[in-house]
Design a protein around this ligand. Structure first.
Ligand code: ATP
Ligand code: MG
Length: 418
């Protein structure tokens, strides 16, 4: 026998409880995003590499080290998407939607990054994602963040996370701040990691986000952006803070949050937790302006976030339970037609029902119990002749004869599952 094949490194199967947690996160987010006025989009899992790697300006780890890029059989360089935002902005332009703004987009799907796998970090993982494309008002920032907060609350994980808010200012603020950072980090060059020396050349703000221990002690003494904010940038940030208050979203300011990708301005934020070890960020996002332009569209201000489904699934207190089924048990072949009639009626009434049709009656009952059924419907020829079945409550063990027509009502029919 050949040795059993395993899933590729950094990927995992979702089965049973893992699958229930996973889809509960996505379905909860989808439901709330719809309530908040977002439309769900879907774009291809792979794109032209240029959608993600845009020129030499991009210094993010994702683009420099983590992309799954390869030449396809036709010699085109394609990339498995590492994030949703770039594809969404590409789709906005490709579909001629830049004239009908704002667009409010919800997204859920798999993402791919070549990373060292560990708890909460995979090579294929999943994100939920919310974007407002084409809105320059601080109210949009607050609404997008508040929508994320509402999803975390609906998942029951809000008490484990803190919203950390920052501003990266507008371009004049950032240019002045960048100059101050370059001065500071140049004076502390000797203590910086190799990666941060590269960042110093290309995007010094990214040093603030470094996870290297040595870098972190240098970063602790680095200047903050506040004295460099223009009055306009300051007003914008104050607006975001005020509207977060109106939405009832608690937050703390953290001047070290810059986000992994390079295109942000003004608002940057993360929901962080201490419950997942090193993988502390569950949801992160910010405001960005140049991305739609880089896809060939007009200058378009946007705000959005992405959250890791795996990390949220791990935070869920308990796996969501499926409603207990009702087991339908025909006794003898002659009862099977009636059993199918009962199954159809129950399912139509919104009751989860399954047939047990193998082995003797004792075996069928044992399987129904094992499946966690709440009731068994036993169909014998005598009862069928009377237009009835035996209904056994598997929790109490009580059994009684019930007419076909009354079955669904007796079992709480039309009650929505879950
Ligand atoms: P990290 O600092 O953990 O690497 P990131 O800044 O690279 O995160 P983003 O690009 O902002 O992450 O993606 C948003 C969210 O997606 C993260 O907050 C996290 O929950 C999730 N995420 C990112 N990379 C992975 C991964 N490799 N495996 C699982 N989840 C991930
Ligand atoms: Mg990362």
């Amino acid at each position: 026998m050949t040795s059993a094949l395993q899933p590729a490194r950094g990927t995992r199967d979702l089965i049973g409880e893992d699958a229930r947690r996973h889809f509960h996160v996505i379905e909860t987010a989808r439901r709330i995003a719809a309530l908040w006025g977002f439309d769900e989009w879907s774009t291809p899992v792979f794109e032209d590499t240029r959608v993600f790697a845009r020129g030499l300006g991009d210094t993010s780890d994702v683009v420099m080290k983590e992309m799954y890029s390869f030449a396809d059989r036709g010699g085109e360089s394609i990339t498995l998407r590492p994030e949703a935002t770039a594809g969404i902005c590409r789709a906005l332009v490709s579909n001629g939607l830049t004239q009908t703004l704002p667009q409010k987009v919800f997204y859920a799907g798999p993402m791919f990054r070549y990373e060292r796998p560990q708890k909460g970090r995979y090579r294929q993982f999943h994100q939920i994602d919310v974007e407002v494309l084409g809105s320059a008002e601080p109210l949009a920032d607050a609404e997008v963040i508040a929508c994320g907060w509402t999803i975390l609350r609906a998942l029951g994980v809000a008490q484990d996370v803190t919203l950390e808010l920052n501003t990266l200012g507008d371009k004049p603020s950032r240019d002045a701040y960048r100059a101050a950072l370059v001065d500071y980090f140049t004076a502390h060059k000797a203590a910086l990691s190799e990666d941060s020396l590269t960042r110093l050349e290309r995007n010094p703000l990214r040093i603030l986000d470094s996870k290297d221990e040595g870098d972190r002690s240098v970063v602790a003494g680095a200047p903050v952006i506040d004295p460099y904010l223009t009055p306009k940038a300051r007003r914008f940030h104050d607006g975001v803070r005020r509207h977060l208050g109106h939405f009832g979203v608690p937050f703390v300011e953290n001047r070290r949050i810059v986000r992994g990708l390079d295109y942000y301005s003004h608002t940057a934020f993360e929901f962080v937790t201490t419950a997942l070890g090193a993988q502390g960020t569950v949801l992160g996002g910010g405001r960005y302006e140049g991305l739609v332009e880089e896809m060939g569209g007009p200058h378009t201000p946007c705000i959005g976030w992405a959250a890791g489904v795996e990390r949220l699934a791990m935070l869920l207190a308990a796996p969501p339970a499926l409603p207990a089924p009702v087991a339908v048990i025909p006794v003898g072949e002659a009862a099977e037609a009636a059993a199918i009639r009962v199954l159809r009626a129950l399912r139509e009434a919104g009751i989860r029902a399954e047939a047990e049709y193998r082995g003797n009656l004792k075996r069928r009952m044992a399987r129904a119990n094992r499946a966690g059924a709440r009731a068994a419907i036993i169909l014998g020829e005598d009862e069928i002749a009377r237009g009835a079945v035996q209904l056994k409550d598997l929790a109490t063990g009580t059994q009684s004869e019930v007419k076909f027509a009354e079955l669904a009502t007796r079992l709480g029919g039309a009650q929505r599952p879950g």
